[in-house]
Write a protein that binds this ligand. Structure first.
Ligand SMILES: CC(C)(COP(=O)(O)OP(=O)(O)OC[C@H]1O[C@@H](n2cnc3c(N)ncnc32)[C@H](O)[C@@H]1OP(=O)(O)O)[C@@H](O)C(=O)NCCC(=O)NCCS
Length: 187
């Protein structure tokens, strides 16, 4: 499979591209209920093969143009997508920043995979792409997400009222950021 970017002990991480369409569709199919609580409402069409293919194409173009790094982590046999993480809205100039969003398959939750994947992905964003700040925001009731960001070193910066329309409701979000420091990342 093409576009492998990174590896971790238990996963191979690919830039999202249309070769992954069947695996991505399966990921969305088996995780619909698990993910819907934390995502915007989507039309049925959003998860059709043609729409997912379009988004995967666009993710690869966007990566090649330096605008985003949208990743899919697969098991070591490369048989299934187990997690997705998207570094989007890369802004250069004096900001050197982006947003981060992520999710993991329900069956892999609670096993440390997301932290393992994000640790190397974040290192790539800082060391390889030279970014300075990664911003990640979560709904206060999303305790797992808050714990994950905390473990990764993200710091709370405030609360944004009515920040994103999630699952049909405008929801307040806790704003966090991780700022590059050569001391924080080992290897
Ligand atoms: C948010 C989310 C990605 C967090 O995933 P996660 O699996 O909890 O994250 P981690 O990788 O940090 O795993 C933590 C757990 O793994 C355990 N763990 C850590 N290392 C481990 C290892 N090597 N082996 C086994 N377990 C391990 C930890 O003890 C912890 O378990 P616990 O919290 O059940 O006690 C996940 O809940 C999710 O996809 N939610 C739905 C989508 C979502 O909310 N996205 C974010 C929107 S802001």
């Amino acid at each position: 499979m093409n576009h492998k970017l990174l590896t971790t002990e238990r996963t191979d991480i690919f830039v999202q591209n249309k070769e992954l369409v069947d695996k991505m569709c399966f990921y969305y199919k088996i995780n619909g209920t698990h993910l819907s609580r934390w995502e915007p409402l989507r039309s049925d069409d959003y998860y059709s093969v043609s729409e997912v293919t379009k988004r995967l194409d666009s993710a690869l173009n966007s990566f090649e143009e330096g605008q985003s790094v949208q990743l899919a982590a697969l098991d070591k046999n490369n048989s299934a997508v187990i997690a997705v993480c998207n570094f989007t809205n890369i802004v250069r100039g004096p900001f050197q920043a982006c947003f981060l969003g992520y999710s993991i398959s329900k069956e892999c939750e609670g096993k440390g995979y997301m932290q393992e994947i994000l640790t190397v992905a974040i290192e790539y964003m800082f060391r390889h792409l030279g970014l300075h700040r990664i911003m990640a925001n979560y709904i206060p009731s999303n305790v797992r997400s808050g714990k994950l960001l905390d473990k990764l070193g993200f710091e709370r910066e405030g609360v944004a009222k009515s920040y994103l329309e999630i699952n049909g409701q405008w929801a307040d979000h806790i704003l966090t950021s991780l700022i590059f420091s050569s001391e924080k990342i080992t290897n």
